[in-house]
Write a protein that binds this ligand. Sequence first.
Ligand code: UT7
Length: 323
Amino acid sequence: MTIRAVAIGVGHYLPERVVENSEFEKTLDTSDEWIKSRSGIERRHFAAEGEYTSDLAVAAAKNALQDAGISADDIDAIIVATSTADNTFPSAATMVQAKLGMHNGFAFDVQAVCAGFVYALSNANALILSGQAKRVLVIGAETFSRLMDWEDRSTCVLFGDGAGALIIEAQEGSGANTDRGILATDLNSDGRYKDLLYVDGGVATQNTGHLRMEGREVFRHAIDKLAKTAHTALASAGLGNEDVDWIVPHQANLRIIKGTAQKMKVPMDRVVVTVQDHGNTSAASIPLALSVGKERGQIKTGDLVVTEAIGGGLAWGSVVIRW
Ligand code: UT7
């Protein structure tokens, strides 16, 4: 008997306020045309005053619980992937646990920036395979609008706020790659590239700081590393690019999404794309895209889904799931 971590529920939440590209034209030397053509982004959501990452995470979690038809009491562990927890500590995950009224189990955050959800899902899978948890609520939630330098046109037009949640459950599988559930994961990081994408604040400066990015340099790394990690994860499951039903990529830039799909020889009609509506929501982008992809009728039970992401660290990775 093989244990598999099978997706049983997915959900998302986006703050009410939608900000179109044209809004930035009022305060910055930028244009809708530049933002759209360089990144694929048309609009993004920004959290309201007093609305924090844990609030977004809870709303997404409730939708995922409803989708799964279970309650918070049925969950053993919560992992929140985020770089924008409400406070330095406690973790956003324990705040979510409290707000869901869940008084058992355990909760913690994973911080791997834009690769955070892939890292969190891989860790959740390990908890299930080792028997430490039967059901894990894995959330990606961010309020990157709070890290923006509104005078830096090269970054502030790219990011947005949102949350997505996925519930995985231990189920019996056959051990074959036709099983439903997580079939393989691949995680990587290389801290030599820490200066390409970082926040210039924290305990060292005693303020939150702003996001700084060498966009062109991150771009240079992205396509090769994303195609490679997806290939590695697929190969370790005994699968190839030709088996992929859906790529659900981190939504940072449409040109990176297209370049990676092209390198993997997967046509764009097999890629879930939400970047036009959400911007880059960092760790939230993949679970948001999984939820939207399911809602649109793209991702169906039995489909082979490959998620891949890269971000600050650099940290990157991939998870292969049969939905
Ligand atoms: O999610 C974590 C991982 N992050 C990423 O994957 C982001 C990766 N990088 C990217 O997505 C792209 O590099 C960007 C979208 C950030 C930038 O696109 P690019 O094609 O690499 O543009 P660039 O940085 O090379 O800038 C081109 C020009 C520059 O002007 P000069 O130096 O050529 O005169 C910039 O100053 O565009 C200028 N520029 C802008 N112009 C209008 C930069 N930002 C803007 C802007 N509006 N908002």
